[in-house]
Design a protein around this ligand. Structure first.
Ligand code: C2E
Ligand code: MG
Ligand code: MG
Length: 594
C-alpha cells in the first residue's frame, strides 16, 4: 500500500468536512507514532510549504506538514504532467525523497514546475535530514519555496530581450533561439530536417528615414513586417534582425523551388506602394537565402550565410542563394587539378573513339576522339569536369597536345593493322584556351608528322566561342590548318553566338549540329525547323553537317531526310576503346560493302 493510500485510509470521517489543508494537519497529529511537538511547531513556524517525511518499507510517508504544504501538495496533485515535459525537471517530490532515503546523500535541491489551478507555478524544493525523536537522522524535511513570480519576471524580461519592441517580432537572438528549438523538435520527430533562412533587406531605407523622419521609418518597418507576415505560411517564422533587416525561417521539403515560391510571394507583397501619411513609397527588397539540409547545420551560421546572400542580392537585383559548396568545390578542383597534372605526366589518360556515320550510305566516315580519365581515387571523372579544370589551370595545353598525338598514333596503328590506310578521318577537339595559348598549327603538324598521317585525315573541332575571342588569330590558325589539308568543324553549333559573317568568311568545312537540337526532335516541329535551317545554311555556305546525339533510328532517318550528311550518337555506337573502334569500322565497312 502506498503512503498516500495509507494516509487516505486513515483520513477520519470527522475531518471530512474540514478544508484539505486543515485535514492534513489533523492527520499529522492523529498518526500513530507522531513526532514530537518540536516538529509541528517548526512546521507551523515556516512561512513556506514544508513537510517532514520518513520511509516506511519502500514508501515515503508524510509525518507532518504545515498548511502551506497541504495547499501546495493539493495543487500539485491535480497536475497531470510537468509544464514543459522536460525530463530533467522532476515534479514528483516523492521520487526525489525516496531516492534520498536510498542514497543517504546529505541534501538535495530541485525545482518543481507545474500547471496549478491558478496557472503555472514554480517551486524550488530542498530536502535535508532532521533528527527524529530517537536521535536518529532518519527523517527528511522537505521545503518548497514559491519562485513563480520570480520566474515570471525572468521570463517576461527574457521575452523582452528576445523581441523587437517595434514589430513584436523575434529579434536576432530570439530568432536564433526559436529556430534552434524548432529544428531540435523536428529532428526528434523526423530524424532529419530541411529548412531555409531567407534574409530580407529594405533597400534605401536610410534615405526614407532621413527624408521623412524616424517616425515614418518606424511606421514603414511595421507595415513591411505586416506585409511579409501576411504572405508567409503557418509554420514560417519572421524576425526583425536589424534596423532594416528581416529574416524568414521556412521548412522546405522541396528545397530551392519552395524557397523561390516564398521569395516570389514576398516580392509580390511589395508590388503596391506603401502609404505613409501623404506619401506613397515604393519599397524594394533584396532577398538572399541559405539552405540547410544537414542536421547539424548551425543556425547562426546559416543566418550569416543568408545575410551574405542578401548582400549579393543588393547588387544583382535577384534572389541570391548562398552556396555552401563553393569552398568544397574549390577544394575538389584543387585535388582534381593536382591529380590531372600527374595523370597527364604519367600518361594515365585514355582516348576513346565514337564513330561518325554517313547518314545517306551508313558508312563510317570517321571517329571523334574523346578523352577519358579513370582516376584510382576519384573514379571515372567525366570530360565535363576535367576539361574545365584543365582549361582554368592551363593543363589543357599538354592535354590537347597529347590528345592530338594519341589520335594520330591510333589512326597509324589501325592503318598498320589493316595493311592499308583506312578511308576514314579522325576528329580531335580543340579547346579555345589551347588556341589562345599554344601554337596549334605546330602542335597539329608535329602530331601528324610523328605518326606519319596526312593532314587530310584529320578534323579539328572548334567551338563557337573560339571564333569570337580573337577573330584575327582564328583566321590565321584556320588558314594554317587549311594549308595542311586539315578539315575544320564547328562543334556544338547553335549553342553559341557566332555571326553569319564570320561563318562565311572563315574556312570552316563542317557544322556539327548540337545535341540539344537533336534530342527530342521527333514530333517537335520547332526543333525540326531549326535543324532544317542549319542544314540549308550550311549548304548555302558550302559546308557539310554532322548531327550529334542520335540515340534512335527515327532520329537518324529524319536527319537523313532533312539532308544532314553525317551523324554521331549512341544509336550507332558509344565512344569505344581503340581496338573496339577499329573492329567496329571493320564490321561496318564489310556490311556496307555487301
Ligand atoms: P563534344 O566534342 O561535343 O563531344 C560529344 C559528346 O557527346 C561526348 O561527350 C559524347 O560522348 C557525347 N555523345 C555522343 N553521342 C551521344 C548520344 O547519343 N547521347 C548523348 N547523351 N551523348 C552523346 P564526352 O565524351 O563526355 O565529352 C564531352 C565534351 O568534352 C566534348 O563534347 C568536348 O567538348 C570535351 N572533350 C572531350 N574530350 C576532349 C579532348 O580531348 N579535348 C578537348 N579540348 N575537349 C574534349
Ligand atoms: Mg566534339
Ligand atoms: Mg559537340
Amino acid at each position: 500500500m502506498t503512503a498516500r493510500a495509507k494516509r487516505d485510509e486513515t483520513d477520519s470521517t470527522e475531518a471530512m468536512a474540514a478544508s484539505p489543508a486543515a485535514r492534513r494537519v489533523q492527520l499529522f497529529e492523529s498518526l500513530p507514532g507522531t513526532p514530537s511537538r518540536r516538529f509541528s511547531s517548526l512546521l507551523r513556524a515556516l512561512p513556506y510549504p514544508a513537510a517532514v517525511l520518513r520511509q516506511v518499507a519502500d514508501a515515503v510517508e508524510i509525518i507532518g506538514t504545515n498548511e502551506e504544504f497541504a495547499r501546495f501538495d493539493e495543487d500539485l496533485d491535480g497536475t497531470l504532467m510537468p509544464l514543459d515535459r522536460r525530463p530533467s525537471r522532476h515534479f514528483n517530490w516523492r521520487e526525489r525523497a525516496g531516492a534520498m532515503f536510498e542514497s543517504r546523500r546529505t541534501s538535495d535541491r530541485f525545482e518543481i514546475e507545474f500547471q496549478g489551478r491558478l496557472g503555472a507555478r514554480v517551486f524550488s524544493c530542498s530536502l535535508t535530514w532532521v533528527e527524529g525523536d530517537d536521535g536518529q537522522d532518519d527523517m527528511l524535511l522537505l521545503t518548497a519555496t514559491d519562485r513563480t513570480s520570480e520566474r515570471k519576471a525572468e521570463s517576461t524580461l527574457r521575452k523582452e530581450l528576445l523581441t523587437d519592441s517595434l514589430t513584436s517580432l523575434p529579434n536576432r537572438i530570439g530568432f536564433v533561439e526559436e529556430i534552434e528549438g524548432l529544428v531540435e523538435t523536428r529532428k526528434d520527430t523526423l530524424g532529419k530536417t530541411s529548412y531555409a533562412i531567407i534574409g530580407l533587406d529594405l533597400i534605401r531605407f536610410s534615405r526614407i528615414n532621413e527624408s521623412l523622419g524616424a517616425m515614418a521609418g518606424d511606421e514603414l518597418i511595421i507595415t513591411v513586417a505586416r506585409r511579409v507576415k501576411s504572405v508567409l505560411r503557418a509554420g514560417d517564422v519572421l524576425a526583425r534582425i536589424g534596423g532594416n533587416e528581416f529574416a524568414i525561417f521556412a521548412h522546405v521539403g522541396n528545397g530551392l523551388s519552395e524557397v523561390l515560391q516564398i521569395a516570389e510571394r514576398v516580392r509580390k507583397a511589395f508590388e503596391s506602394p506603401i502609404r505613409l501619411s501623404t506619401y506613397l513609397i515604393n519599397v524594394e527588397v533584396a532577398l538572399g537565402c541559405a539552405l540547410a539540409s544537414d542536421e547539424d547545420e548551425d543556425v547562426e551560421n546559416l543566418l550569416r550565410q543568408a545575410q551574405a546572400a542578401v548582400k549579393r542580392a543588393k547588387k544583382s537585383g535577384t534572389l541570391e542563394v548562398y552556396r555552401a559548396h563553393v569552398l568544397r568545390e574549390a577544394l575538389k578542383r584543387f585535388t582534381v587539378e593536382n591529380r590531372l597534372r600527374e595523370a597527364i605526366e604519367n600518361g594515365a589518360l585514355n582516348m576513346v573513339f565514337q564513330p561518325l556515320i554517313n547518314l545517306q550510305t551508313g558508312a563510317v566516315k570517321g571517329f571523334e576522339a574523346l578523352a577519358r580519365w579513370e582516376e584510382p581515387i576519384l573514379g571515372t571523372v567525366p570530360p565535363s569536369e576535367f576539361i574545365p579544370v584543365a582549361e582554368e589551370s592551363g593543363l589543357i595545353v599538354p592535354l590537347g597536345r597529347w590528345a592530338m598525338c594519341e589520335t594520330a598514333q591510333t589512326l597509324a596503328d589501325w592503318d598498320r593493322r589493316n595493311r592499308h590506310p583506312l578511308p576514314i578521318m579522325m576528329n580531335v577537339n580543340l579547346s579555345p584556351v589551347q588556341m589562345a595559348r599554344d601554337n596549334v598549327p605546330r602542335a597539329v603538324e608535329e602530331a601528324l608528322r610523328y605518326a606519319g598521317i596526312d593532314g587530310s585525315r584529320f578534323t579539328i573541332e572548334l567551338t563557337e566561342s573560339a571564333l569570337i575571342a580573337d577573330p584575327d588569330k582564328t583566321r590565321q590558325l584556320l588558314g594554317a590548318l587549311q594549308a595542311m589539308n586539315v578539315t575544320v568543324a564547328m562543334d556544338d553549333f547553335g549553342t553559341g553566338f557566332s555571326n553569319l559573317a564570320s561563318l562565311q568568311s572563315l574556312p570552316i568545312d563542317v557544322l556539327k549540329i548540337d545535341r540539344s537540337f537533336v534530342t527530342d526532335m521527333i514530333g517537335d516541329e520547332d526543333k525540326i525547323a531549326l535543324i532544317r535551317a542549319i542544314v540549308s545554311l550550311a549548304g548555302a555556305l558550302g559546308m557539310q553537317t554532322t548531327a550529334e546525339g542520335i540515340e534512335k533510328r527515327e532520329m537518324a532517318d529524319a536527319l537523313a531526310a532533312l539532308g544532314c550528311h553525317y551523324g554521331q550518337g549512341y544509336f550507332f555506337a558509344r565512344p569505344l576503346p581503340p581496338l573496339e573502334a577499329y573492329r567496329y569500322w571493320l564490321d561496318r565497312s564489310e556490311a556496307t560493302m555487301i
